[in-house]
Design a protein. Structure first.
Length: 184
């Protein structure tokens, strides 16, 4: 990781400080805003995730593109042959309640938001890291469980369109349009 960062003249600490400053500035600019109104909805407590099956991991892996970062320790083609092992890693992560530190390390150097942006300016970068393939499999297994849980408990707002199946930007615009037209 450090080799990739040193190639652009920045360290991981430079990026961390830059993005923390951005967050602090947002906090300051919204400090006087009224607090959000949060409606408490009754739901059952989530105490554990259901186990991942080899079939589920197979679906997750087969839907994933066959690309990988240059420094990924487990090539995608190999991971696709180790489905039972990936299922065990997911289930161990769920049971332990811990995401392994080794899987948290970015595997690629940061890239600018758009081509042509200067690499010396930290604002040219997004606060996104490229994680290894195994991390992405675990992330998708968790996301499937959280989404199912949120939907089963009806915790999504009727106006929540992001990151939901069958809730596109077109649907959001349509709902907003209908609301505007129906407002006296």
């Amino acid at each position: 990781m450090e080799d990739g960062l040193s190639a652009i003249g920045k360290t991981a600490d430079d990026f961390a400080e830059f993005f923390q400053t951005k967050i602090d500035n947002i906090d300051r600019s919204t400090a006087d805003a009224p607090p959000p109104v949060i409606v408490d909805r009754p739901c059952t407590r989530l105490s554990e995730f259901t186990e991942v099956t080899v079939d589920e991991v197979s679906r997750i892996v087969m839907q994933a593109p066959a690309k990988q970062g240059a420094l990924d320790t487990a090539p995608t083609w190999l991971a696709k042959r180790l489905l039972p092992l990936l299922a065990n890693i997911c289930n161990s992560t769920f049971q332990e309640g811990l995401f392994p530190d080794i899987l948290k390390r970015p595997i690629d150097r940061p890239r600018p938001k758009k081509p042509g942006l200067t690499t010396n300016d930290l604002s040219s970068y997004r606060p996104i890291s490229n994680l290894c393939f195994v991390s992405k499999v675990i992330e998708r297994a968790v996301m499937a469980r959280l989404t199912a849980r949120i939907e089963s408990q009806r915790l999504f707002s009727c106006c929540h369109f992001a990151y939901r199946k069958h809730h596109s930007i077109e649907k959001a615009v349509s709902v907003m349009h209908d609301e505007i037209l129906s407002t006296p």
